[in-house]
Design a protein around this ligand. Structure first.
Ligand code: SAM
Ligand code: SF4
Length: 326
C-alpha cells in the first residue's frame, strides 16, 4: 500500500474535512460578524466528490476522519454524507467538531450514522458572556451536550478558547462542570487566524502558567487520552477528571503533526498556519482516476511544511478558521 509520509518523516493519518464554511454562531475569534449564509454554491464539493477524495486517502492508510467546518451540522443532509464516509474501508475513527446548537435534535442520528466521539466548543457557562462571544444562546448548547451524552457519544471533549478579560476567570468552573459531566476539558490558545483571530489575539493567554496553577490546585499528574492529538493531558490524582492543553503559540507541536485539511471548496491545506495548498476540485471535476489522484495526494503530502509561523508572522494567514476547517 502506498503510504502518506511527508518530507519530515511524519505519517499523515488524519483528515479534517470541512463540510461548510457557514455557521449559526459568530464566535469573536473565528467568524466575521458580516459573514452571510447563502444557498449551497456550485463550487462546493458534492458528497460524491468528497467521498472519492476520502476513499483515495483511506486507500493509503489515512484512517481518522473528523467532520468540521464552519458548523458542520448546518450542512444540508450532513448525516447522509457521514453514513457514506463511514462505509469507506479503512476509516475506523469518525469524529465531529461542533458548536452543539443542533445536537439536541441530531445527536441520535449522528451516532447511528457512525460518529463515535465529538469535540464541542464551549468557552463559558455564563449566558451573557456566551452571547457576547458567540451571539448565540448557551441553553441550546447545554441541551445539545446532554443529548450527546444520552445518545452515547463518547468521549465528549469541550474546547475552551481562553481569553484574558473574557473567560480566564471561569477555568475552575469549567473544570468542575466537565468533571461532573464526564466531559474532558481542553483549553486552547487563540491563534492569529484571519482578522478575527488576530483581533482576539489581543486577549491571548499563555496556558503554561494556567497549567502550573491547576497542577497545584487539583493535584494533577500527566495522563494519556484516546485521540489526544496535539493536547497535553493532566488528570486529577484521585479522580477521572482530565484536562488538556493545546498550546499552538507558547509551545508548538508541529513535529508530531499527522493531519491535513480539506475545505468544502476542495482545497487541500497542508498546514493550518501556512498557505501551502493543492486545489483538488478542478482535478475531480475533470474526471481524474483514483490512481492519478493517489499520485497527486502523495506529492501534496511530500510538500507539507515543517511548521507554522504564527509567532514570527502573525499577519500571514488571512483565511478564517471556519474556512480551513479548524
Ligand atoms: N463549529 C465547530 C466548533 O465550533 O467546534 C467546528 C469548527 S471550529 C472552527 C473548530 C475549533 O476552532 C473550535 O474549537 C474553535 O474554538 C477553534 N477556533 C476557531 N478560531 C480560533 C482561533 N482564532 N484560535 C484558536 N482556536 C480557534
Ligand atoms: Fe462557528 Fe465554530 Fe467558528 Fe464558533 S468556532 S463561529 S461555532 S465555526
Amino acid at each position: 500500500m502506498a503510504k502518506l509520509v511527508d518530507g519530515f518523516g511524519r505519517r499523515i493519518e488524519y483528515l479534517r474535512l470541512s463540510v461548510t464554511d457557514r455557521c449559526d454562531l459568530r464566535c469573536s475569534y473565528c467568524m466575521p460578524a458580516d459573514h452571510r449564509n447563502l444557498s449551497e454554491p456550485d463550487h462546493w464539493l458534492t458528497f460524491g466528490e468528497t467521498e472519492q477524495i476520502v476513499r483515495v486517502f483511506a486507500g493509503m492508510g489515512l484512517h481518522h476522519l473528523r467532520i468540521t467546518g464552519g458548523e458542520p451540522l448546518v450542512r444540508r443532509n450532513v448525516t447522509g454524507l457521514i453514513h457514506r464516509l463511514h462505509d469507506i474501508p479503512g476509516i475506523d475513527d469518525l469524529s465531529l467538531s461542533t458548536n452543539a446548537t443542533r445536537l439536541g435534535k441530531m445527536a441520535g442520528e449522528l451516532k447511528q450514522a457512525g460518529i463515535s466521539r465529538i469535540n464541542v466548543s464551549l468557552d463559558t457557562l455564563n449566558p451573557d458572556t456566551f452571547r457576547q462571544i458567540t451571539k448565540g444562546k448557551l441553553e441550546k448548547v447545554l441541551a445539545g451536550l446532554q443529548a450527546a451524552k444520552k445518545a452515547g457519544l463518547s468521549p465528549i471533549k469541550i474546547n475552551m478558547v481562553v481569553m484574558e478579560g473574557v473567560n480566564v476567570d471561569e477555568i475552575d468552573q469549567l473544570v468542575e462542570f466537565c468533571g461532573n459531566n464526564d466531559f474532558t476539558l481542553r483549553m486552547i490558545e487563540t491563534m492569529p487566524q484571519g482578522n478575527t483571530g488576530r483581533s482576539a489575539s489581543r486577549s491571548y493567554v499563555s496556558l503554561q502558567k494556567i497549567e502550573k496553577n491547576l497542577v497545584k490546585k487539583y493535584d494533577m499528574i500527566p495522563a494519556v487520552t484516546r485521540g489526544g492529538g496535539p493536547a497535553r493531558y493532566l488528570q486529577m490524582r484521585n479522580s477521572k477528571t482530565t484536562v488538556g492543553f493545546i498550546t499552538p503559540m507558547s509551545q508548538h507541536f508541529c513535529e508530531t503533526c499527522n493531519r491535513v485539511r480539506l475545505s468544502v471548496e476542495g482545497t487541500l491545506y497542508l498546514c493550518l498556519g501556512q498557505d501551502d495548498k493543492v486545489e483538488l476540485r478542478p482535478l475531480i471535476r475533470a474526471g481524474i482516476s483514483d490512481d492519478d489522484l493517489q499520485q497527486v495526494l502523495i506529492k501534496a503530502i511530500a510538500s507539507k511544511p515543517e511548521r507554522h509561523d504564527f509567532n514570527e508572522q502573525p499577519g500571514k494567514i488571512v483565511r478564517f478558521m471556519s474556512m480551513t476547517g479548524g
